[in-house]
Design a protein around this ligand. Sequence first.
Ligand SMILES: Nc1nc2c(c(=O)[nH]1)N[C@H]1C(S)=C(S)[C@@H](COP(=O)(O)O)O[C@H]1N2
Ligand SMILES: [Mo]
Length: 362
Amino acid sequence: MARLSLPPRLVDWTILAVVGLEAATGAASLLAGQPGDAWLVVLHGMGGLALLVLVAWKLRRVRHRLRPARWTRRVALSATLVLVALAAVGTGVAWVFGGDVAVLAWNLLNVHVALGLLLVPLVLVHLRSRVRRPTRAEFTSRRAAVGYLAVAAFGTGAWYAQRGANRLLRTPGADRRFTGSRAAAGAGNDFPATSWVADDPPPVDPDAWTLRVTGAVATPLELAAADLPTSGGTSDGSAGTGWPSDERAVLDCTSGWYADRRWRGVRVGDLLDRATPAESARWVRFTSVTGYRWSLPLAEAREALLATHVGGEPIAHGHGFPLRLVAPGRRGFQWVKWVESVEVRTDPDYGQWLAIFTSGFD
Ligand SMILES: Nc1nc2c(c(=O)[nH]1)N[C@H]1C(S)=C(S)[C@@H](COP(=O)(O)O)O[C@H]1N2
Ligand SMILES: [Mo]
């Protein structure tokens, strides 16, 4: 492999490009909820494995600088960078093979994300120390072509080898969803209760709680808990109103687990029909008693559920009693719990990206 190496400057620039690719695909994978997004996660895995080759080439070239006698602050930073990069790839690989090590309150996937986030500033600082642009001749050389082929072949080959080994050995990583999440055991309410950051409200008193439907609607609504349908209706909504509705959907948390459940509740479209959205309506925003919120495009929101039940049981407090959003095809962090407000909007809500981090702090 060493003999296939890219020209030195190309190694450096390619490491930079691949770290950028990993950051982008890693971030995007947190939003990936549809099977059509699976390629993002595959590319992320192949890129991470390819990084191993590039780092090996790089280390071969600079290892003489890592002798303790010659350590400067800059070398220490570079050594940290290498360790963080290898740890990021290592935790990713360990996760894929079903590794289950908890570091304080964090699982391997959380640690992987944190290392990945740390890598970006480290690379940027490192970049300031020595940037030399590759020449055109280096780029178009035969050596470059061979080197890139070797990188791509290793990333792809190692990824398929990983998948084969996982299946063959039936590791706990073998039944991952395309997102990388593993099945949470249990039925009904028996799956992890998670908050994105700090949300931890006291139990919602159903007698004091109401659901408001407001915004760009002809008839704003206010429903009490007793007004929510809990039984009757049909599973597919075919018998007219579809109130209440049933749906099987997968709650897939970005911290690496998923729960496949039947949910029962109010189809948002049925709720909106009662309120009559304006012509200009485009978005529907769901807000929790904690201020946590998320919005969906109108057509998608109509298909979502506001669930009162999971697997035949009333939804427990930890999972969002009395009402939680079930947004099939969306990631868990978008499934707002303890919903008290549905607002029909004409424009998107960019502030939601901040609210999911800050809600619960007060
Ligand atoms: N109000 C509110 N809703 C929330 C969250 C939160 O922090 N606050 N966390 C989200 C995240 S990150 C996930 S994965 C799911 C978890 O749902 P569960 O606790 O029922 O498993 O709820 C989502 N809904
Ligand atoms: Mo989550």
